[in-house]
Design a protein around this ligand. Structure first.
Ligand code: PLP
Length: 145
C-alpha cells in the first residue's frame, strides 16, 4: 500500500530503496507497482554501509526506503546511529519493518515522535499467525492520513 501510494504512472524515476541481502518482497512489490528498485549492498558482516547508502540516496532520491529491523534473512539489527543517519538524509518516507520484533529487543516504536518521515510497521505473521493477514503501521499523522 505504501509503494502504491508513491507510485505514479506519469513518472519513470520513482524509486524504492532497500538493502541486499534483504526481504525479497520489497523488490517484488516495487516491480508490481511499476517503480524502480535500488538495492544497496550491505557490508560483509551485514551492517549498513553508510557511505554507499548516502551516495545511492543522493543519486536516486528514493520516495521510500525500507529497512527490515531485524533484517530478513541475515537476522541482525543495524546500529541505531546508522538508522538515525539514514532517516535524516532520506528525502521521503523511511519505513522500519519490524516484522521480527517478537524475536528482538530493539525497536524504534518509542522514538517515532522524533522523526516526521519515519514509519514503523509490524505484523503478527512471525508470531505464527500469518493466516490472519494482520499488521499495523505507525507514524506521523500527516503521512498516515
Ligand atoms: C514476514 C515479513 C513481512 C510481512 O509478512 P506478512 O505476512 O505480509 O505480514 C514483512 N517484512 C518482513 C521483513 C518479513 O519477514
Amino acid at each position: 500500500m505504501l509503494a502504491m501510494a508513491v507510485a505514479d504512472p506519469e513518472k519513470a524515476d520513482i524509486c524504492l530503496l532497500s538493502f541486499d541481502p534483504g526481504f525479497v518482497m520489497y523488490n517484488i512489490i516495487a516491480d508490481f507497482v511499476g517503480i524502480n528498485y535500488v538495492g544497496v549492498p550491505l557490508n560483509e558482516d551485514f551492517s549498513l554501509d553508510i557511505e554507499v547508502t548516502r551516495t545511492a540516496i543522493e543519486q536516486h532520491k528514493p520516495a521510500i526506503i525500507f529497512i527490515a529491523y531485524p533484517n530478513n534473512p541475515s537476522a541482525n539489527c543495524y546500529s541505531e546511529n546508522d538508522i538515525e543517519e539514514i532517516i535524516s538524509i532520506a528525502p521521503g518516507m523511511l519505513v522500519l519493518d519490524e516484522a521480527y520484533h517478537p524475536f528482538a529487543q530493539a525497536t524504534f516504536m518509542e522514538r517515532l515522535s522524533e522523526f516526521d518521515n519515519l514509519l514503523v510497521m509490524r505484523t503478527v505473521s512471525k508470531m505464527g499467525l500469518a493466516g490472519l493477514r494482520l499488521g499495523l503501521l505507525c507514524g506521523h499523522p500527516d503521512i498516515i492520513n
